[in-house]
Design a protein around this ligand. Structure first.
Ligand SMILES: [Zn+2]
Length: 333
């Protein structure tokens, strides 16, 4: 689900999409005993449906429910829809979930599958998998390369120090003089150059090997993290009452992506499907839904704030959308 190059490419774009100032929507009471029936205030969900673009409305309802069912409503979340036809989604920054147009289109009409993906990305955040960002990975690779080069340089200098062929050669020329001396110097000089060449080749090998080791470690870690995020994603979405099979359906779509089989940062789709099936047996969705349902009934719908350019949506924490409101609640206007 996560391709370093693509992500680096769009991170800058996302940064531009993030709003600095945004109008917010406050929760209206869902019941209105004191209002005349004709002037019933709209529920926040009705309001959201009218105001938000369709995909954002669905994502808002999905994320809002997952957050409340799992006590993840203590901080705000932000969703960005990446306008690219890609079967992908990723988590970055402190609370950002980015979902590509392509996956939303492929899963249109399947809220449970989308919920599994949203919950998976929330899981990456909760499990602090974001520690190594793509740019940090690039920096780490550079660092390792420099280290290997330093190591190699030290070896090279060592090799040069040992390769005293030239000076021996010159001594030979001095001692024997004439043709024999020059011949001896040439042989010893060649031996020295040969050793230097071998040392350089060894350096290149070290760099290549270290880079490969790092790639392998990172890929293995990434695959492990995907299993973890899948587990959390299943638990979160099932607690929010979504169909457990949604995760399997989401996986099927990922499996159809031509690049999926070449992706080394994710476990293979059949392995992930198998793991989901195990989870469904280990943690039955019905009891999870009961657990989450109790939490949902104790909490109020979360509010949202749509960015002015309508490119990103913040789902506010249970503390609401406005610090002004809160300070006025505490100390008056
Ligand atoms: Zn993931």
């Amino acid at each position: 689900m996560l391709k370093i190059k693509t992500i680096l490419g769009i991170l800058a774009a996302i940064a531009l999409l993030l709003p600095t100032n945004q109008p917010s929507v406050k929760a209206n009471p869902t019941s209105s005993e004191n209002s005349p029936p004709t002037e019933q205030p709209k529920s926040i969900y009705q309001q959201a449906k009218e105001e938000l673009p369709e995909d954002f409305y669905a994502l808002y309802r999905i994320l809002e429910r997952i957050a409340r069912a799992n006590k993840l409503d203590e901080k705000p979340w932000r969703i960005v829809i990446v306008p690219e036809y890609n079967i992908n989604a990723f988590a970055t920054d402190v609370n950002l979930i980015a979902i590509y147009n392509g996956i939303l289109e492929q899963l249109t009409g399947d809220a449970s599958a989308i919920a599994c993906i949203v919950a998976h990305e929330m899981g990456h955040h909760i499990k602090k998998h974001i520690a190594l960002s793509p740019s940090e990975k690039v920096a780490l690779i550079e660092q390792i390369q420099q280290e290997a080069q330093r190591e190699a340089l030290a070896k090279k200098q060592n090799a040069q120090a040992q390769a005293t062929g030239m000076s021996i050669g010159r001594s030979a020329a001095r001692i024997f003089g004439g043709r024999v001396g020059r011949f001896g110097a040439a042989i010893l000089g060649n031996a020295s150059r040969q050793r230097s060449k071998v040392a350089q080749e060894r350096i290149d090998e070290i760099v290549a090997q270290k880079k490969e080791e790092l790639e392998q470690t990172l890929a293995e870690e990434a695959r492990q993290r995907e299993f973890e995020a899948d587990e959390v994603g299943y638990l979160y979405s099932a607690k929010a009452g979504f169909e457990a099979e949604g995760c399997l359906r989401a996986m099927k779509v990922f499996g159809q992506t031509p690049s999926a089989e070449f992706d080394t940062t994710h476990p293979t789709v059949p392995k992930r499907i198998e793991a989901f099936k195990d989870l469904m047996v280990k943690f039955p969705a019905t009891s999870l839904a009961e657990e989450g349902g109790a939490l949902i009934s104790e909490t109020k719908p979360l509010t949202y704030s749509l960015s002015k350019d309508r490119a990103s949506l913040r789902v506010n924490s249970s503390r609401g959308s406005s610090s002004t409101d809160d300070v006025e609640r505490l100390f008056g206007q």
